[in-house]
Design a protein around this ligand. Structure first.
Ligand SMILES: *[C@@H]1O[C@H](CO)[C@@H](O)[C@H](O)[C@H]1NC(C)=O
Ligand SMILES: *[C@@H]1O[C@H](CO)[C@@H](O)[C@H](O)[C@H]1NC(C)=O
Ligand SMILES: *[C@@H]1O[C@H](CO)[C@@H](O)[C@H](O)[C@H]1NC(C)=O
Ligand SMILES: *[C@@H]1O[C@H](CO)[C@@H](O)[C@H](O)[C@H]1NC(C)=O
Length: 233
């Protein structure tokens, strides 16, 4: 005869096993944290961390990058940036462009931001009317050529192979899911030290970035940390 305790133990074990199966199937974390780190300025607790969610084929993302880049150069190592890609479903070919960025990042990490900037500059060629009649295959071909031209034609075959490798597809899905998990559904979108920036609907210019970051660093006369906290809280 099996005791009540015995049955309970068996049930608990079964439940645990089921949980492991479910977790194992659906919630395996990615091998690496999502995102591209700007100029190798890794996060540490003494830097201000900006997280930008960008779609390489989004005009507003493109507009927001030059002022942010200028601010990053102004603050140098006191500020770090991680870019997460969020290929939006209503931007044609954004997933293909994002995949190209993951492929290139895997081949030569330093080429990631130059390629992102090129997508921002020439994005009009890759969505909307100019691509409406093109097949998926020919768009991938165009983006392979475009990316090779930016990072070096010696990479052409590797980039092409990257599009035939499910890993780059997986990495791009992870980016999308990561953005979703952070509650981001549009681009550009910014977090500063883990907090959502208020009013990011309008484009942030350089002086907006200075107004946000100066008080956090404590460089601006008359500004106190307390005031900057009010900005966020
Ligand atoms: C990697 O990319 C950077 C930036 O585009 C470039 O300067 C460098 O030469 C590349 N390295 C290799 C090995 O291709
Ligand atoms: C796309 O195809 C349609 C139908 O064949 C044609 O009317 C249209 O002009 C084409 N558009 C472009 C941008 O090539
Ligand atoms: C793509 O991958 C498949 C199988 O992994 C392989 O048979 C095929 O030759 C590859 N194509 C290219 C263009 O590399
Ligand atoms: C930056 O944007 C603010 C509004 O947020 C505006 O008042 C200001 O004039 C802009 N500065 C520049 C240099 O465009």
């Amino acid at each position: 005869m099996v005791s009540g305790n015995g049955i309970l133990t068996v049930l608990v074990l079964l439940a645990l096993q089921l949980q492991v199966l479910l977790v194992g199937g659906d919630y395996i974390p990615p091998v690496k944290f999502d995102g591209f780190v700007y100029q190798n300025r890794h996060f540490n607790y003494d830097t201000i961390q900006i997280e930008a969610f960008y779609d390489p084929l989004c005009p507003d993302s493109a507009d927001s990058w030059p002022p942010l880049k200028k601010a990053l150069h102004h603050y140098s190592h006191r500020v770090s940036l991680v870019v997460h890609l969020l290929p939006l479903p209503y931007h044609d070919n954004a997933f293909v462009a994002s995949r190209a960025l993951h492929i290139v990042n895997g081949l030569n990490r330093s080429a990631t931001f130059p390629l992102l900037e090129s997508f921002f500059k020439y994005q009009a060629a890759f969505f909307g009317a100019p691509t409406r009649n093109l097949s998926r295959a020919s768009i991938v071909d165009d983006i392979v050529k475009f990316s090779s031209a930016v990072v070096g034609n010696s990479y052409h075959n590797s980039i092409k192979k990257g599009f035939n490798d499910t890993n780059s597809d997986l990495l791009t899905r992870v980016s999308f899911k990561y953005a979703a998990s952070r509650g981001v559904s549009g681009t550009p979108f910014f977090y500063v030290n883990g907090f959502v920036l208020p009013d990011t609907g309008s484009a942030l210019n350089y002086s907006n970035w200075r107004d946000i970051i100066d008080p956090l660093i404590g460089t601006k006369k008359g500004r106190k940390t307390e005031e900057s906290l009010h900005y966020f809280l």
